[in-house]
Ligand binder design. Structure first.
Ligand SMILES: Cc1cc2nc3c(=O)[nH]c(=O)nc-3n(C[C@H](O)[C@H](O)[C@H](O)COP(=O)(O)OP(=O)(O)OC[C@H]3O[C@@H](n4cnc5c(N)ncnc54)[C@H](O)[C@@H]3O)c2cc1C
Length: 396
């Protein structure tokens, strides 16, 4: 049995937990990351299905903490525009990076590729990394917390960060109440080939059952799709033969990129909004999906998590220490400031996604007409479009 002392122990080596670890280690803090996946940090040779749209502000911060530099350029799909339309009407909206003097609107990349880059950077910065580690018990005391691993090893930390995702065990263990909304939808995720080049445009069609997103990958003829649909419909889409699925996909996409054909397995993910009502519990604090999950229709979930990590890293870095120890009262005040600011950001995003979801799944003809007029109005009102673009590119 080994005893390891650290200032901050992060449970969960996903994108958010690792980014926080890099930011803290870069600022000189002692950090450990505990990740249950034994293959954590390995760059998958073959393309993987789960991708995220990383906005420019998050991209800049990931560069500042030294992780973006580790990404293989051949797996980065920068996108310069967004085209959103209502499948059933004339409503559409087009965003261009040029319109707001930005080089791009962000980058589409595989979650596993970004995780591998972050892992590599964390290693270089001296973070203690535990891969394939299972937690046997976590105990909180007045001045520290002990994390016992199944191996018998013990980590003694002054702060425990729960970055263990939507079904956070750490959050559950302390009985944190969570506001929960099941959209009764799943996102069907797959990689597709397009006969027309995507030209770096992210596309999204609002269908009666939910949005279909076509996210441009590094290859000009490859996209990742997220097709949100009611649960039974999503199950049906996954069970179709490739030929039948392609037929339905081509109808749903209105052949906006010519002929589309699926190139990968189809996987489905249930879509749920979650919001933890308490983010700080003594020496435990929540970040990323452990604190909130939102509908993926605006591709903001992990960007919101990076906003959490950015502010929490700042608050912890600003704290004074005596012999490496945080002052308990200062630590609590810092955690409260973090909680207040980030809860407000999460609620803003949740409310926006709820609004979009209600608006686009409403089949009332009057609502459909007003939403088409609304989309056309926003499309022609440059200041409003600029506002939406800037919002999407803030680390908040
Ligand atoms: C279909 C779909 C599409 C999406 N598209 C986008 C997008 O385009 N843009 C965007 O910004 N967001 C998107 N999101 C949201 C995004 O995927 C999440 O917000 C993001 O993955 C959250 O990262 P995280 O690090 O907080 O949590 P996770 O990615 O869930 O990572 C948690 C980590 O903790 C580990 N872990 C869990 N329990 C334990 C334990 N007990 N001990 C040790 N380790 C543990 C897990 O193995 C995992 O590595 C999408 C989500 C879905 C469902």
């Amino acid at each position: 049995m080994a005893l390891h002392r650290t200032q901050v122990a992060i449970v969960g080596g996903g994108m958010v937990g690792l980014a926080l670890a890099c930011a803290l280690a870069k600022a000189g803090r002692k950090v450990a990351v505990i990740e249950r996946d034994a293959n954590a940090g390995q760059l998958p040779e073959q393309a993987t299905q789960r991708v995220s749209a990383i906005n420019l502000a998050a991209q800049q911060w990931l560069t500042d903490i030294g992780a973006w530099q580790h990404l293989p350029s051949e797996r980065l799909g920068a996108y310069q525009g967004m085209h959103v339309w209502d499948h059933d009407s004339f409503g559409e909206i087009i965003f261009n990076a040029d319109d707001v003097d930005l080089p791009s609107l962000g980058t589409i990349l595989e979650n596993a590729v970004l995780t591998a880059a972050l892992w590599q950077q964390a290693e270089q910065l001296g973070v203690t990394l535990y891969a394939g580690a299972s937690i046997a018990a976590v105990e909180y005391h007045e001045n520290d917390a002990t994390i016992q691993l199944e191996t018998g090893d013990v980590i003694l930390a002054q702060l425990v960060v729960a970055a263990d995702g939507a079904r956070s065990k750490l959050r559950e263990q302390v009985g944190t109440p969570v506001i929960h909304r099941d959209y009764q939808q799943a996102g069907v995720v797959a990689t597709i080939r397009t006969s027309e080049p995507h030209n770096g445009i992210a596309r999204q069609a609002f269908l009666p059952g939910g949005p279909l997103a076509l996210l441009p990958l590094a290859d000009p003829h490859m996209c990742s799709i997220v097709w949100s649909a009611p649960l039974l419909e999503a199950e049906r889409l996954c069970a179709l033969s490739e030929a039948e699925f392609n037929k339905e996909l081509n109808v749903a996409s209105n052949q906006c990129l010519g002929l589309l054909s699926v190139q990968s397995e189809r996987e489905q993910f249930p879509l749920t909004m979650r919001y933890a009502q308490k983010w700080v519990y003594g020496r435990q604090v929540l970040v990323g999906d452990a604190a909130h999950t939102i509908h993926p229709l605006a591709g903001q979930g992990v960007n919101l998590g990076f906003g959490d990590a950015h502010l929490l890293a700042h608050e912890i870095t600003e704290l004074g220490t005596l012999n490496g120890l945080f002052d308990s009262q200062q630590l609590q005040r810092a955690l409260r400031r973090y909680e207040r600011a980030r809860k407000a950001a999460a609620v803003r995003h949740i409310a926006t996604m709820e609004g979009f979801h209600q608006l686009f799944t409403n089949r009332n003809p009057l609502v459909k007409l007003s939403r088409s007029i609304g989309l056309q109005f926003v499309n022609q009102a440059k200041p409003l479009k600029d506002y939406f673009l800037r919002q999407a590119n803030q680390l908040d």
